[in-house]
Design a protein around this ligand. Structure first.
Ligand code: SAH
Ligand code: ZN
Ligand code: ZN
Ligand code: ZN
Ligand code: ZN
Length: 504
């Protein structure tokens, strides 16, 4: 969490800076043009909650235009020459080897004696002896062992650029916890969407322990993994537009994997980049769920594919918007290569990353030795610091610290917050009271703030008397909160628009 004690370490989302303008995702249009990352997504600029200006397509996967600068106005007439150039560009941006070729290469690689097994660190590629020459100026690793080949997430460097890949790998403890949980819940197949380390743990156990029955299929945009897994173990996939780079065959692999044989229950586990657009992710996950549903067997009539969506707690309301059946678990997911998201036992920062699931919360047993306990009223495991609030009638802490109940706000708030009579809500003690020159957070109009927004007519007394109204308000505010993440997009896209205009 950020130094201020705020909830949102990356500034992805938060109530403090009200977004008057932003970007809205309109989704995946049937006739969308494609960039090397599959069909582009349709966006529109918004101002004060209204659509404003021309709609445009942009890359679904890359939020940094350095990674992919695809841009096209929705109503733009694209000339034949430009279309041809674009196709050529997309072709040229395919990986140098196909997945099939990579599988062949791997087969040859493992036949080599240890002394001839090299991995080029610059190209992030396993090298066959005939290729050494070409990579002679590159740094490489020698004597690549079978153990190393079975843990590619250790061999490959994590792609940490926040905006696109944001590859944050599970700490061993968290990965083991997830796998144990999956096994204890009786699942035998794991659809690993953007969870290469979990996939790797499952794969290597399956190859080592004979009675280990769990199988995994990895879907990830990181094509480097195709060097280590067959086409039945890995699909090159974009989770923002549900795009299988391997086409029909890859889609079929996924569909087959989701087909459950007797007793082989499937769970999907995903850990998307946190900067990702929640609605785009949700729409893809719904398509994967639909794929699972198609393969339906008896006895799962009205069910959803079981899922763990791993994401920061401050996205809770966004995720629940799309998946109302989900619950957020208190378990703090830790990462190896993320300074902020490591285990907080030693007084270091605690991870804000949680598991969201559509499974019954009481079934998700959290490790007592790490301080989690079962709340019999809430019927779920909670953090040691998460006290059951008698008034809210729930264990209200989101961040693991003990929260306190504010009678004026009629809800529990962070321990560091206090009730500000100016702002009419609980907030940090060193905040500056909301100024009235910027637009209102709720309706976007200048001249007042959300606390005095006429569209809410929510005086303090009325608030307490009318709980329903309050919840509506809260929902609107929460929904508004996330405009800021879109605002970040807007800044980036605005720059992109300018640059594109110059180019053309
Ligand atoms: N904690 C996980 C890794 C999560 S990091 C683990 O240890 O297994 C996010 C993952 O999502 C990375 O593997 C990254 O390659 C993948 N990813 C990023 N953008 C993606 C996209 N558009 N489609 C599919 N996967 C993506
Ligand atoms: Zn792209
Ligand atoms: Zn409780
Ligand atoms: Zn409370
Ligand atoms: Zn104030």
């Amino acid at each position: 969490m950020a130094a201020s004690g705020e909830s949102d370490p990356e500034g992805l989302c938060g109530p403090e800076r009200a977004g008057a303008g932003g970007l809205a995702l309109l989704g995946l249009a049937p006739s969308a043009p494609s960039c090397p990352h599959g069909p582009a997504l349709l966006f529109v600029k918004t101002s004060q909650g209204r659509e404003e200006g021309r709609r445009f397509y942009a890359c679904s996967a890359c939020r940094d235009r350095k990674d992919c600068n695809f841009f096209q106005w929705e109503d733009e007439k694209v000339s034949e020459t430009r279309l041809a150039a674009r196709e050529e560009y997309n072709r040229n941006h395919r990986p140098s080897f196909t997945h099939r070729q990579n599988v062949e290469r791997y087969k040859n690689f493992v036949l080599l004696p240890l002394s001839k097994r090299r991995f080029c660190q610059e190209c992030q590629q396993l090298l066959l002896p005939a290729e050494w020459e070409k990579h002679s100026n590159h740094q490489f690793l020698c004597d690549i062992s079978t153990v190393q080949l079975k843990s590619p997430s250790q061999l490959l460097y994590p792609l940490e650029n926040k905006k696109t890949n944001a590859q944050y790998l599970f700490a061993g403890r968290s990965c083991q916890f997830l796998l144990d949980l999956i096994i204890d819940l009786g699942f035998r197949r794991v659809l690993s969407v953007g969870t290469p380390r979990l996939h790797e743990m499952i794969q290597s156990k399956a190859s080592q322990e004979e009675d280990f029955k769990v199988r995994s299929l990895l879907l990830d945009i990181d094509f480097r993994y195709s060097q280590f897994y067959t086409e039945d173990e890995f699909c090159h996939y974009n989770m923002f537009n549900h795009y299988f780079f391997g086409g029909k065959a890859a889609r079929e692999t996924c569909r087959k994997f989701l087909y459950q044989d007797n007793g082989e229950r499937v769970i999907m586990v995903t850990d998307p980049p946190f900067g990702g657009l929640v609605e785009a992710l949700a729409s893809s996950f719904k398509k994967l769920m639909a794929m699972w549903k198609e393969t339906e067997k008896e006895g799962q009539d009205n069910q959803e594919m079981p899922m763990f969506w791993i994401f920061p707690y401050f996205f809770e309301s966004r995720i629940l918007e799309f998946f109302p059946s989900f619950t957020m678990m208190d378990y703090q997911v830790d990462y190896d290569n993320h300074a902020l998201y490591k285990h907080g036992k030693t007084g270091r920062r605690q991870s804000p990353v949680r598991i969201f699931t559509n499974l019954t919360p009481s079934m998700i047993v959290l490790p007592v030795e790490e301080g989690y306990r079962f709340c019999t009223i809430c019927q779920r495991y909670v953090s040691s610091g998460n006290q059951h609030c008698e008034i809210c009638n729930s264990c209200t802490s989101k961040d693991g610290r003990q929260w306190k109940h504010c009678v004026l706000c009629n809800k529990c708030v962070k321990p560091s917050w206090f009730h500000c009579n100016n702002c009419n809500c609980c907030t940090l003690s060193n905040h500056t009271c909301e100024k009235t020159d910027a637009g209102c957070f709720v309706c976007g109009t200048a001249g007042h703030k959300r606390s005095t927004c006429p569209s809410l007519s929510c005086t303090r007394a009325a608030c307490q008397a009318d709980k329903k109204q309050r919840q509506k308000t809260l929902k609107r505010i929460k929904m508004g909160i996330c405009k800021r993440s879109l605002m970040k997009h807007a800044i980036f896209f605005r720059k992109k628009v300018k640059n594109k205009k110059k180019k053309q």
